[in-house]
Design a binder for this molecule. Structure first.
Ligand code: FMN
Length: 301
């Protein structure tokens, strides 16, 4: 018996639950010459901002045992350029298209979302883990009230299905997820990277020009899994789970913890086609177990 991996997420059909995570696959095309990306359930764009950004100075990626730290700084071509140049190519790849939007002020988010509203794609993923320059760099995603404001305003200007991507550094993720649901989000995705640091002892200074950077990869998996579990139990909208998924066993853990869709990020840096290994591993395990559809194991723990 072939297990059905097809998954509905807020009315969008994903042919399987595997999606390339924001910031780790460009716009999908970068991997298209390496493996058959059309077999994936979805592709999430690099985080976009209203205007193009060159990204951060200095070291941007630093390996750590079991993970990587990044301080890319949302390098991207800006929303307008994305719509005219990247989106048509992304859509032609086949998988569902998720567009990730960041912002450094409410106005930036709003203008970006308004421009994207005229474009056709499947899901708008709102990255609220960005520093609010008007509030002294305080991250929008840390407190329920700032998250509420940005989600409410974006909801009012977008026709797209809206998924809010949470920061694991939030004060209370489950409470924050409930606020997003109250304000009309169609889904939640988590987690983004964990705030981390490395010191160059020879230079006697932080490795990153911004001192702190985001940790991802296997090192964060057990914590991300716990957060996905708590969040999936706290809301009735569907959850996209991510954080350190590198093997098909990891993927099944996230599904059993309540995630409907999975995003694969850092693991693709070790092996670009790892998502297909995960897909095949999941499929054969589920078939060995005699499971007819992936929903049979979703949220069972
Ligand atoms: C190099 C790099 C760049 C990233 N850029 C973004 C981004 O632009 N927007 C975003 O929402 N998340 C971004 N992320 C976070 C990932 O999408 C993902 O949430 C996180 O890395 C956890 O998943 P992983 O452990 O599988 O990588 C980035 C991660 C990495 C490693």
């Amino acid at each position: 018996m072939k297990t059905r991996l097809e998954t509905d997420f807020a009315g969008i059909t994903f042919k399987n639950p595997l999606v390339l995570a924001s910031g780790t696959c460009g716009f999908g095309e970068e991997y298209a010459g390496i493996f058959d990306v059309s077999r994936l359930g979805g592709i999430c764009s690099k985080g976009l901002t209203l205007h193009a950004r060159p990204g951060n100075s200095g070291i941007r990626i630093w390996e750590t045992p079991g993970g990587i730290m990044n301080s890319v700084g949302l390098e991207n071509p800006g929303v307008r350029d994305f719509i005219s140049r990247e989106l048509p190519k992304m859509k032609a790849l086949g998988p569902a298209v998720i567009v990730n939007l960041g912002g450094h002020s409410i106005d930036d988010y709003l203008e970006g979302a308004e421009l994207l509203d005229a474009a056709e794609f499947d899901i708008l993923e709102l990255n609220i883990s960005c520093p609010n320059v008007k509030a002294g760099g305080m991250n929008f995603g840390l407190k329920a009230e700032t998250a509420r404001e940005v989600v409410k305003k974006i909801r009012a200007v977008t026709k797209h299905r809206l998924v809010v991507k949470l920061s694991p550094n939030a004060e209370d993720m489950a409470a924050l997820a409930r606020v997003c649901e109250e304000e009309g989000a169609d889904g939640i995705s988590l987690t983004n990277t964990f705030l981390a640091m490395a010191v160059d002892i020879t230079k006697r200074r932080p490795v990153f020009d911004n001192t702190y950077a985001g940790l991802s990869g296997p090192a964060i998996k057990p914590i991300a899994l716990r957060m996905v579990h708590q969040t999936a139990k706290a809301v009735s909208i569907p959850v996209m789970g991510m954080g350190g998924i590198s093997t098909w066993q990891d993927a099944l853990e996230f599904i059993m913890a309540g995630a409907r869709i999975l995003q694969i990020g850092s693991a693709s840096f070790m092996k670009p086609s790892v998502s297909l290994d995960i897909l095949e591993g999941m499929q054969s395990w589920l078939e060995d177990q005699g499971i007819g559809g992936i929903q049979e194991i979703r949220g069972i723990v």
